[in-house]
Design a protein around this ligand. Structure first.
Ligand code: 13P
Ligand code: SF4
Length: 301
């Protein structure tokens, strides 16, 4: 039996649905029931009836799905798939920042471990960070762990004072302003669509800045025939399938998140067959990490 058919059969047996982030490989996106950005996937996870959620992405995505759905079985087909940025601050450093800025709200990018979420007041994703930070009454904002997303939000909210942490996505941080210049020279008619995890110098050269869904919506709803893309290459699957008449050029060298590519069809089938990769969280940790995620869902409405 073909692997795809086997997965279909296992999904029925296990009452499972497959959720995939835009950065996983094309073949995994092709068999997923739902594909989206981090915000879409976390919102969706709370509204699904299935008993088992197979989360094709990195570990903070599996953890978030479990935190929001404690009664469901959540499988991460490769438990080693991780996001480097999710570990780029410690609870001790957050405590020190809070002590120095007692009136500040701690705003935590969802790309963070469950432990870091327990130290935070509210979570955000790249799609809703601006809306959520604007809605907070606090004038001071401690933004963790991503400095680049934090600075992008801060630039649009001059009335607030931001305290940053020096975390970053190693994949987006590698993109340089010169890479953008080279892409523009090669494709002068193509607007530059960039993810806010890019550095401020790169974002300054972008025509549009947004989450992976934002980038995909922009390309789908605009008339340009060519686009320069400054984010991880997995988004190319959605861009190409939704816009067969348009061309997408990734900045060079092509940004690739190896951890996202750890998820394969073989590992999905194996996880469904054996339960390997089940996400477990201590009750106390889950409860505390749930509060900032619930606050995000509430404020993002
Ligand atoms: P979004 O899909 O929410 O834009 O996030 C990008 C990302 O880096 C996920 O790891
Ligand atoms: Fe983390 Fe960057 Fe990979 Fe996204 S692309 S999962 S932020 S390392």
């Amino acid at each position: 039996m073909e692997l795809k058919d086997r997965i279909e059969q296992l999904k029925k047996e296990q009452d499972a649905v497959i959720l995939a982030h835009y950065y996983v490989s094309d073949e995994v996106q092709a068999i997923a029931d739902y594909i989206g950005d981090s915000f879409y996937l976390s919102k969706l996870a709370v509204n699904l009836d299935a008993k088992t959620l197979v989360v094709c992405g990195v570990s903070f995505m599996g953890e978030s799905a479990k935190i929001l759905n404690p009664e469901k079985t959540v499988l991460l087909p490769d438990s080693k798939a991780d996001c480097a940025m999710a570990h780029m601050i410690t609870p001790e450093k957050i405590a020190a920042m809070r002590a120095e800025h007692p009136r500040a709200a701690v705003v935590c990018y969802i790309n963070s471990t469950a432990e870091l979420k327990t130290c935070s007041d509210v979570c955000v994703t790249s799609a809703n960070a601006l809306k959520i930070v604007s809605a907070l009454p606090n004038e001071e904002i401690i933004f963790i762990p991503d400095e680049n997303l934090g600075r992008y939000v801060a630039q649009q909210l001059p009335e607030k004072k931001f305290i940053f942490n020096d975390g970053h996505c190693p994949i987006h941080a590698k993109i340089t302003p010169e890479d953008i210049d080279d892409a523009k020279a090669a494709h002068p008619n193509a607007p530059v669509l960039a993810h806010p995890e890019c550095t401020p110098a790169v974002l300054a050269k972008a025509d549009y800045i947004g989450s992976t869904s934002g980038i995909s919506d922009y390309a789908t709803t605009h008339d340009h025939k060519e686009y320069i893309i400054a984010t991880e290459c997995g988004i190319g699957y959605k861009l190409r399938t939704q816009n067969p008449d348009k061309q997408f050029f990734f900045v060079q060298p092509t940004p690739i998140c190896e951890d996202m590519k750890f998820i394969t069809l073989e590992k999905i089938a194996h996880a469904l067959e054996t339960g390997d990769g089940e996400v477990h969280l201590e009750d106390a940790m889950r409860h505390q990490a749930n509060a900032p995620l619930q606050k995000m869902l509430e404020l993002a409405k």
